[in-house]
Design a protein around this ligand. Structure first.
Ligand code: FES
Length: 173
């Protein structure tokens, strides 16, 4: 493939982002960004969860294995979760999941967790643009055949901080 063709492909690459947003904060902020006509990269498909704590790591794995190049998770700021500790659970799960994905060679930038309150439409705009740019730089994930351990690892990550991190990481190697 010529350099020109490679360059053109890179330029044309539009990453696919699946965004899981908490109903009470980030989803509302995304709505606000829309009604305020704040333009941002049109790369994300948003899925509404009642709380970021509802995020099962399998959702992320499923999105990545079905063609997403990155997954964005948005939740209420620490202390503001409508279900008390859902966002802390989300944080623990995402940290663990990223460590597991790293063992499979999947870059950490492909999964991003952000705290965005209902009034921060501008932050939704900035984060979406940044993530699209990061993924453009990384290129397509092309994870058509997820490793066999992929789903098993996500199941472990669902247990959050209680998961036996060392054992799971060892299993992936
Ligand atoms: S309700 Fe928004 S993160 Fe829990």
């Amino acid at each position: 493939m010529s350099e020109t063709t490679v360059g053109a492909e890179t330029k044309a690459f539009q990453p696919r982002i699946v965004a899981f947003f908490c109903n009470w904060c980030t989803y509302t902020a995304a709505d606000l960004a829309g009604t305020a006509r704040m333009t941002h990269a049109p790369n994300a498909r948003v899925i509404r969860l009642m709380c970021s704590g509802r995020l099962d790591p399998q959702f992320v794995v499923s999105a990545l294995s079905r063609g997403a190049d990155g997954v964005l998770i948005g939740g209420c700021h620490p202390g503001d979760c409508h279900y008390q500790e859902g966002n802390y659970k989300a944080l623990r799960r995402v940290v663990l999941l990223k460590r597991l994905l790293a063992t499979l060679g999947i870059e950490g930038e492909r999964v991003r967790l952000e705290w965005i309150s209902a009034s921060e439409g501008d932050r939704v705009q900035r984060v979406m643009n940044e993530m699209a740019e990061d993924l453009r730089r990384l290129g397509p994930l092309r994870l058509s055949e997820p490793p066999a351990l992929f789903h098993a690892l996500a199941a472990h990550a669902a247990d959050g901080a209680d998961a036996p991190v060392a054992a799971v990481t060892e299993a992936a190697s």
